[in-house]
Ligand binder design. Structure first.
Ligand code: PLP
Length: 261
């Protein structure tokens, strides 16, 4: 049977298979959605870190995106690692031309290992070109701090940041709480123009790799399957918890790669 709706990830490749395009495609498949990919950057990477990054010419990225839109019925687009301002402008131009029904923006900036995945001077392009188009923005705490230029150190800061992030132009925001100390819980805060929800779960004591990519892809897959935004986020958070529980350690470090079973 051919799935009628496809999801497109525009993101970076992780040779170690834990994050980026590889995580996105596994997540789409686990949701029964056909996955398409346009690769912004190639990383030479394993569970211990990023060794090298190569960004192909943006004209080739545009050719990948156009090829996908020319043949498939695309229900949602997910953006991950965008590497540079030049890539952001190329992606924004392509999205303005193709106008996808749903756009999930995961503002990938720095890997857990510390490697920079977005050049510092690209933040302004992200703010001005992509956020106004976004159906949802899914920053973690360090990414939200960079987007807002403020520190987020407790629950009150996070609540205030949620409003400030929404004001940047995306129609909804999911502020991921994994980096914030709120006791035994992880609190992911959701807001759109009319609703505000906190998704709460027990903190899992694992060093997971690719969780952000996977959550944004799970939201995109749920949108493809017709769920509303808040529900798609709630389902996505549940999916991450299951994938962490099913995680594996395929490399020579303690880093856990999510299981998509
Ligand atoms: N590599 C690529 C291509 C990514 O897109 C990302 C995150 O989005 C990472 C690495 C970092 O993943 P993590 O911080 O979960 O290790």
């Amino acid at each position: 049977m051919t799935p009628p709706i496809s999801a497109l990830t525009i993101a970076g490749s992780d040779s170690g298979g834990g994050a980026g395009i590889q995580a996105d495609l596994k997540t789409f498949a686990a949701h029964g959605v056909h996955g398409l990919s346009a690769i912004t950057a190639l990383t030479a990477q394993h569970t211990r870190g990023v060794i090298a990054v190569h960004v192909p010419p943006v004209a080739f990225l545009r050719a990948q995106i156009d090829a996908c839109f020319d043949d498939f019925d695309i229900g949602a687009v997910k953006l991950g690692m965008l590497a540079s301002a030049e890539v952001i402008h190329a992606v924004a131009d392509a999205l303005e031309a193709h106008r996808p029904a749903q756009l999930v923006v995961d503002p990938v900036m720095v890997a857990t290992s510390g490697a920079r995945l977005l050049e510092e001077d690209a933040l302004e392009a992200l703010r001005t070109r992509l956020l106004p188009m976004a159906g949802i923005l899914t920053p973690n705490i360090p990414e939200a701090e960079l987007l807002l230029g403020t520190r987020i150190t407790d629950a009150a800061d996070a609540d205030a940041a949620l409003d400030a992030l929404l004001a940047l132009g995306a129609r909804a925001v999911l502020l991921k709480g994994g980096h914030l100390d709120e006791g035994d819980e992880v609190v992911d805060r959701y807001a759109d123009a009319t609703a505000r929800t906190a998704f709460r779960g027990p903190r899992m004591q694992v060093d997971g790799h690719g969780t952000g990519c996977t959550l944004a892809s799970a939201i995109a897959a749920n949108l493809c399957r017709g769920r509303g935004m808040r529900d798609a986020c709630g389902q996505g958070v549940e999916y991450i918890r299951d994938a962490l529980r099913e995680g594996l350690r395929p490399g020579r470090s303690d880093v856990l790669v999510l299981g998509h079973f």
